[in-house]
Design a protein around this ligand. Structure first.
Ligand SMILES: C[S@@+](CC[C@H](N)C(=O)[O-])C[C@H]1O[C@@H](n2cnc3c(N)ncnc32)[C@H](O)[C@@H]1O
Length: 215
């Protein structure tokens, strides 16, 4: 994972990072506009850049695919990479069929899609052998699930891997991030972006980025 490139290039995606309403390049705008989602174009641009910085044998793993908007955003232009989406599809009207339709609509190849509870899937060995360059956690955001949602990724993380979490403005998510970092010296927070509760709705409910094994 080219973490340095990610951190260097992220501000340059925007005219005025993080204040800009949208990235300079509007490539992802149709995805944000046309697929029901729980994010904003800015969040999607950050994911797309992270996916472009993967090492050759590394995977972008997304937990919480919903209708596919964030996963498709990560994939667009990065189709040579390995992408794994995980969802139990038990939220609102989420379904595998909808994700497949949206993938086709935006012309991206089918990623690996694991259907089920992420904790069970990992317990069953479904990610064994995967080297994760980016772990995007946007599933259940209770305090416990958020903590566990980072801890379960650890055995798979490549050096310099990014752990990206959405909705970090929420009190229990922010607290879980702090507690995770306090107990895990191998992870370091490199970015906190505030969201709508703190006056920045262009970043949805806020995001944080951690780096694994930071030098
Ligand atoms: C907030 S939505 C994801 C939004 C999506 N990333 C986007 O930007 O459009 C959360 C998703 O996480 C899934 N989810 C929640 N808990 C899960 C779990 N334990 N394992 C797998 N998926 C889960 C839900 O089914 C739901 O589709």
């Amino acid at each position: 994972m080219d973490t340095d490139r990610f951190l260097r290039e992220l501000p340059a995606l925007f005219e005025d990072f993080p204040a800009s309403e949208h990235p300079r390049d509007r490539l992802l705008a149709p995805i944000a506009d046309e697929i029901e989602n729980l994010a904003r174009e800015n969040n999607f641009a950050l994911l797309n850049l992270a996916a472009s910085c993967l090492g050759p044998d590394e995977a972008y793993v997304e937990v919480g695919v919903f209708h596919g908007a964030s996963l498709i955003s990560a994939m667009l232009g990065n189709e040579g990479g390995r992408f794994i989406g995980i969802d139990s599809f038990d939220f609102r009207d989420a379904s595998l069929e909808k994700v497949e339709q949206n993938l086709e609509r935006f012309g991206v190849p089918r990623p690996e899609l694991l259907v089920g509870d992420v904790f069970e899937l990992i317990g069953d060995g479904k990610l064994n052998g995967v080297s994760v360059g980016t772990w995007y956690y946007d599933a259940l955001h209770t305090y416990e699930a958020q903590l566990d949602g980072l801890r379960i990724a650890e055995p798979f993380l490549a050096p310099g891997a990014l752990l990206i979490v959405d909705d970090t403005d929420w009190e229990q998510v922010g607290r879980a991030m702090d507690d995770y970092l306090a107990a895990q010296p191998r992870a370091r927070r490199v970015l906190t972006i505030e969201g709508k509760d703190r006056g920045h709705p262009q970043w949805w409910e806020g995001m944080q980025v951690l780096v694994w094994n930071a030098r």
